[in-house]
Ligand binder design. Sequence first.
Ligand code: ADP
Ligand code: MG
Length: 692
Amino acid sequence: MDICRTTRVEELPGVGKVRAAALARLGLETAEDLLRYFPRSYEDRRKLCTIDEAPVGSPVCVRAMVAESPRRTYIRKGLELTKVKVVDGHSSLELTFFNQSYVKNALVPGESYIFYGAVEGLPPRRQMNNPVFEREDHPRFTGRILPVYPLTSGVSNSLLAGLTLRCAEQCAQDMPELLPAEVRQAHRLAAAGYAYQHIHFPADEEALNLARRRLIFEELFLLSCGLALLRERRSTGVGPVIPQMDLDAFRASLPFSLTGAQEKAIGEAAADMASGKPMNRLVQGDVGSGKTMVAAACALLAGRAGWQTALMAPTELLAEQHFRTLSGVLTPLGLRVGLLTGGQKAAEKRAVKAALASGELDLVVGTHALLSTGVDFAKLGLVITDEQHRFGVGQRAALAEKAGGDGVFLPHVLVMSATPIPRTLALIIYGDLDVSIIDQLPPGRQPVETFLVGEDKRQRMYGFVRRQVSEGRQVYLVCPAVEEAEEGMPSAHLKAATTYAQHLQTEIFPDLRVGLVHGKMKPKDKERVMAAFAGGELDVLVSTTVIEVGVDVPNASLIIVENAERFGLSQLHQLRGRVGRGKHQSYCVLVTSNRSQETRERLKTLTRTTDGFRIAEEDLKLRGPGDFFGQRQHGLPQLHIADLAGDTRVLKEAQEAAGELLEQDPDLEQPEHRPLRQQIERLFAQQADRFN
Ligand code: ADP
Ligand code: MG
């Protein structure tokens, strides 16, 4: 039969209703879907050997005749063996199949087959376990590099490979060419037809590499184009024009000089704010890299131009901390800085709100409550958020309203985040944000000394806590869970924060002041404990990861993380960033009773480096981007062949090529770019609203 791209799978030979339903579960409904379903790996079935020639341990094809009826034996419940001897004229080979009872009838004595598998043992006792086989008289897969696909029940690899073989032969050439000819030429990329054929049935390694590279490039190119189009949409808004001004007085007022990376981030933000379009920029920098000063410089520029700034922190404690820092820097430079938190007295709050509404304040620091109704700004021009918060579409609208606009006028937005994301990735993940990366720490920082210890060192570790406290320092002690038992975890091994804190206070450190803070406490209570720790009223703070976010207690010099194996590397790095913020040499102790070599190696990464980006890259390699960024929270289209972590070189090329193309044809309106545009819209279908 003739197969074209739109042929439905149930029309293909050998596919009935049942198989079609199983294929549909993999999202495979047409020939085109099959061609876009990429192999997970390959089997090289090109090498055909005699039994004597077959090398030990590496899979090859062997042609042989079945010499006897297969013998079936039950070893125990759930384990059944089928054994059969095959011969090729010189030698014999013993085949063993585990739990594959169909073999008994499939292999007919006296018939010849080609068996693919690894030969073990030496003559005359050569054997092969679980080979796959096909009849010698019309082999389909022998002599080829065979694709191995991700499967589901009811869909075997040979079924899928048989189907893709037909499709590759008959309609790979009809697959649409989405890459413009000049892009293919400039980057030496194979044509679509070639790629779709050889990704399934490569003629050789070189053909496979060409096909893979082309398809990875295409996927990343579509992603880059889509994200660039989203960015473009956004920039149709109008933002306050905040002229670039000389920041020398600001620089001179600081007790340190700004790092090159801070200067660069400030320069990028300043250029955005002067552009007339609303800024939407992420400043991403490792813990302690000095992001607050970037915020300060932006607020200063806005204030000088007569625009108000709102800075939002995730907690009241952090808001107070920022208020102290920022008013310290900006008040002497003539900015009027205020604080607005839920904890303030009603009269204080009223006064701050009135000052905001009348324009008597240039900068207000608070929590996200700043965006609630009842807080009015005279002239809001810049919104800064610290840590973890990103604005959704709805909140952008709220912001626009606060700025008194009509939906077209938007305030500038600056988002600060300490989650280090490998640079190439940040551009993708934060698709519609511009990104400034602060990849440099202020000079003279003493790296936090990090140790990995087992249970046997526990008493010594407590001794170390005591020593730090006796020197006037404070200690964080982090546990992964609040309650004794957590779903699916062996509770006995968990140091539950609540019981652990009690144990420490009564048994280990009766003479020290031990506090507890965990995620299930009321925000008010949490803040009270945190404030007590910040104020030096507690020596040891036992906590779950609630302290992860930007808390700055420079006197804390030791952080201990229990069950460290349960945390991601990046998360541990964030936790570690809670110490080493003052002038004292600081330490991080990771405790694990896990003996697995792999776990220990992973944790050791932290003892070797304090570079958040390197740690993030390591995390990404080990856990994959899905885990790294949580439940695909970024809303990006799913990638089928490219790997954001592994294909960074191609990613960079694809991003550049996308940029060049969009420069000539910003909306991809030219007729030759229409298929590309359509495919992008399909990919970003979940974000359709943002394309309109
Ligand atoms: P983060 O990026 O984690 O928010 P902060 O802005 O809190 O970092 O800065 C961490 C510490 O480094 C603060 O005490 C700050 O005063 C100090 N700092 C910031 N910039 C510099 C610099 N260029 N040189 C020296 N110290 C700096
Ligand atoms: Mg910070």
